[in-house]
Design a protein around this ligand. Structure first.
Ligand code: IMP
Length: 193
C-alpha cells in the first residue's frame, strides 16, 4: 500500500518511515511534486491535520495522512500547543522557541508537559483521527544533539535524559508521534487483512 505523508519536515518523514518500515510505502510531498505551502491556519491540532490532509486529497486525489503536534505545558494552560512552531515568532526558530519557554518557566516548580500528536488519515471517502501523547517534563537547560524542535529540553516520563540525548531509536519507540503512527499502522493493517 502506498500513502502520502503530507509534510515537508525531513526529520518527521525519516521518523515515520522508520516506524512504519516494512508495512506501508510512505511517499513524500516532494515525490508527488507538491511544493506548495499548505495552510495551517486552524486553532487546534485536529483542525490543522485535517486542513493538510484535505489539501492533498483535493488537489492530487491521493490517499494521505497529515500530522500536527503541539507541546502542551501544564502551568502555561497548555501553551504553546498548536502554536509550538512559531512560539517565539514567524521564523520558526527552535532555539528561540526553547529560550522563550525556558524563560517563561523560570522559577516555576510545575514543569509538567506533554507532546500531543494528531494524525488525520483520508483514505477513499473515509476520514479518521489518531492521537498519541507522551508525558514528561521541561528541563531547565538544553541537553543533547539529536532530534529537532523542543527535543533538547523535553524529558519523557520514566527517563532522566532529554529526547535529544536519548536518540532516535528510543524516541521512536516512546514518542507522541510513534504512538499516533502505531495506531494509524494498526488501522491500515486491518484494511490489508
Ligand atoms: P508540527 O506542526 O507537527 O510540525 O509541530 C509543531 C512544532 O512542534 C514543531 O515545529 C516543533 O517545534 C515541535 N515539535 C513537533 N514534534 C516534535 C518532536 O518530536 N520533538 C520536538 N519538538 C517537536
Amino acid at each position: 500500500m502506498k500513502i502520502v505523508f503530507a509534510t515537508n519536515n525531513k526529520h518527521k518523514l525519516d521518523e515515520v518511515k522508520k516506524i512504519m518500515a516494512g508495512h506501508i510505502k510512505i511517499v513524500s510531498l516532494e515525490e508527488i511534486g507538491c511544493h506548495d505551502d499548505i495552510p495551517e491556519t486552524a486553532n487546534t491540532l485536529e483542525g490543522n491535520a485535517l486542513l493538510k490532509a484535505s489539501y492533498i486529497k483535493e488537489k492530487f486525489g491521493l490517499d494521505c495522512f497529515a500530522d500536527d503536534t503541539g507541546l502542551e505545558v501544564e502551568t502555561l494552560h497548555n501553551a504553546p500547543g498548536v502554536y509550538s512552531a512559531r512560539y517565539a515568532g514567524e521564523t520558526h526558530d527552535s532555539e528561540a522557541n526553547m529560550n522563550k519557554l525556558l524563560s517563561e518557566l523560570q522559577g516555576k516548580d510545575n514543569r509538567r508537559a506533554r507532546f500531543r500528536t494528531v494524525i488525520t488519515l483520508i483514505i477513499g471517502n473515509e476520514t479518521k483521527f489518531f492521537e498519541g501523547i507522551v508525558n514528561g517534563f521541561i528541563d531547565t537547560v538544553k541537553k543533547g544533539k539529536t532530534g529537532f524542535g523542543y527535543d533538547p529540553i523535553f524529558i519523557p516520563e520514566g527517563y532522566t535524559q532529554s529526547f535529544a540525548e536519548l536518540g532516535d531509536t528510543i524516541k521512536n519507540k516512546i514518542s507522541h508521534r510513534a504512538k499516533a503512527i502505531n495506531k494509524l499502522n494498526d488501522f491500515l493493517s486491518t484494511l490489508n487483512a
